[in-house]
Write a protein that binds this ligand. Structure first.
Ligand SMILES: Cc1cc2nc3c(=O)[nH]c(=O)nc-3n(C[C@H](O)[C@H](O)[C@H](O)COP(=O)(O)O)c2cc1C
Length: 180
C-alpha cells in the first residue's frame, strides 16, 4: 500500500453499517459527527441542511419501523442524525448534492471515531409521516438519515469476498480519455 493510500485509509474503511451493539455513544462523539456535517461545503455556501439528532430509543425504533427495510440500521442504532432539507425548491439537484456531501462526511467521521454508521433512505411513501415524527414543518423533509453506533461483530465483517466490494480501478478510473 502506498503512503498516499495509507493516509486516506479512514476513507477507504468507511462502509455501510446496519447493525449495532447496545453500547452507548457519547454525546461528544455525536456532536463531532454533526460538526463534520455542518462544516461540509455546499453550493454557494447556502447550507440548505438542518440536522436533528435523535437519541431517544423509542423514537429511533419507531423511525426504523416506518421506513423498513431501508431504515433497518435505525433499529439497533444508539443515535441518529436526520438530514432535514427544504421540500419545495428550484435547487433540487444542488440540494441533493449538498445533502450527500454532509451524509458521507458523517459516515467518515463516525468511522474515524471508531464507530459505525449507516445511511438510511426514507422511502417517499412514508416521508411525510417520518417528518411528522420529527416535528417538521411542511416545507421541510428528511430523505436521508444516518444511524450511528458501535458495529456488531457481524456488521463489521466484510460483506463481499476480498477484492470484490468495488469495481476494480481499471474499470472505473481512466487516464486522459474514455477508453476505446
Ligand atoms: C443514495 C444512497 C441511498 C442508500 N440507501 C440505503 C438505504 O436506504 N438503506 C441501507 O441500508 N443502505 C443504503 N445505502 C447504502 C448502500 O447500500 C451502500 O453504500 C452500498 O451497498 C455499499 O456498501 P459498503 O460501503 O458497505 O460496501 C444507500 C447508499 C446511497 C449512496
Amino acid at each position: 500500500m502506498s503512503q498516499a493510500t495509507s493516509t486516506i485509509r479512514p476513507l477507504l474503511r468507511t462502509r455501510q453499517v446496519r447493525e449495532f451493539t447496545d453500547e452507548p455513544v457519547s454525546p461528544e462523539a455525536v456532536d463531532a459527527i454533526a460538526d463534520a456535517a455542518r462544516w461540509s461545503g455546499s453550493s454557494q455556501n447556502k447550507q440548505p441542511w438542518r440536522f436533528i439528532v435523535v437519541r431517544d430509543d423509542e423514537r429511533l425504533r419507531a423511525l426504523a419501523a416506518l421506513g423498513l427495510p431501508s431504515t433497518r440500521s435505525l433499529a439497533t442504532a444508539a443515535a441518529a442524525i436526520a438530514i432535514v432539507m427544504p421540500t419545495e425548491t428550484d435547487r433540487a439537484i444542488s440540494d441533493a448534492f449538498d445533502e450527500a456531501r454532509a451524509a458521507e462526511r458523517m459516515l467518515v467521521a463516525a468511522s474515524m471515531l471508531g464507530l459505525g454508521a449507516g445511511l438510511g433512505w426514507v422511502p417517499s411513501a412514508v416521508r411525510d409521516e417520518f417528518g411528522a415524527m420529527l416535528g417538521l414543518p411542511s416545507d421541510r423533509k428528511v430523505r436521508s438519515v444516518i444511524a450511528i453506533g458501535h458495529p456488531t461483530e457481524a456488521a463489521s465483517r466484510p460483506k463481499s469476498p476480498r477484492g470484490e466490494a468495488r469495481l476494480p480501478r481499471n474499470q472505473t478510473v481512466f487516464s486522459e480519455r474514455w477508453p476505446d
